[in-house]
Write a new protein. Structure first.
Length: 250
């Protein structure tokens, strides 16, 4: 099979949560530019509306506000679900509040399960044994390593997300739905903006490739996992960080 067919996502229906900004926007653009029909959601309504206009200029797209119910009303099936929406909270150990755990774990972990559960019937409708439906969970290398910054709930939530993704891979694989996660390193995003302003040089120096991630890097990984090329990948956590996590520190 040639590369054009192996990586083809044309006409697939894709939902990207948090698809208006940052990594989610990079992923959304990658799908739109390759012919997929993309729905996005965002907690920032204005950013979502602006993103919809810009994405529509690249290809056909729609906003989704009520997620599962609205999607079921509009589409008979869903080929790809990208669980990207997330939150972070930084504070010292002595001052870290309970409210941070509630907020971060709810959005980064519990709501991933809730939404996935809600759209499973749509994923099943799109799935076959040769071309399964796909779930892509956007995790973090901070769920694999101990980060320098004190983001306790975030790190725990992403570690949990990686494992939840494997658990879903086992149970939903039997329904011809794959589940994989991307453990992302640093990319340009609102969540990373302050950290990059202060530590960008050190962050780039810690990466063997000497840079942070680009839109093509994360979009390409999602296109691979969503296409025929990635149809037999299930239960994987793919580290997408340029090798940062394997860079030994003396």
């Amino acid at each position: 099979m040639d590369a054009a067919n192996l990586f083809n996502v044309k006409d697939k229906v894709v939902l990207v949560t948090g698809g208006a900004k940052g990594i989610g926007r990079m992923i959304s653009e990658g799908f739109v530019q390759n012919g997929a029909k993309v729905y996005i959601s965002s907690r920032d309504a204005k950013a979502c509306e602006e993103a919809v206009e810009e994405l529509n200029a690249l290809g056909k797209g729609k906003e989704i506000k009520r997620l599962a119910n609205e999607l079921k009303r509009r589409e008979p099936k869903l080929h790809v679900l990208v669980n990207n929406s997330g939150s972070n909270w930084g504070a010292t150990y002595d001052d870290y509040p309970d409210s941070a755990w509630t907020r971060v774990l709810t959005l980064n972990l519990q709501r991933v399960f809730t939404l996935t559960q809600a759209v499973t019937t749509l994923l099943e409708a799109a799935a076959t044994s040769e071309s399964p439906a796909r779930i892509i969970n956007i995790g973090s290398i901070d769920g694999l390593r101990v980060p320098a910054l004190e983001t306790y709930a975030y790190s725990a939530s992403k570690a949990g997300l990686h494992h939840l993704s494997r658990v879903l891979a086992n149970h939903l694989g039997r329904r011809n739905i794959t589940s994989n996660s991307l453990a992302c390193g640093p990319f340009e995003s609102k969540m990373m903006a302050a950290t990059l302003r202060q530590f960008r040089e050190a962050i780039e120096a810690s990466c063997p490739l000497g840079r942070i991630g680009s839109p093509a890097d994360v979009a390409g990984a999602c296109l691979f996992l969503s296409s025929r090329a990635g149809a037999f990948v299930n239960g994987a956590t793919i580290t997408l960080d340029g090798g940062t996590i394997i860079n030994a520190k003396l």
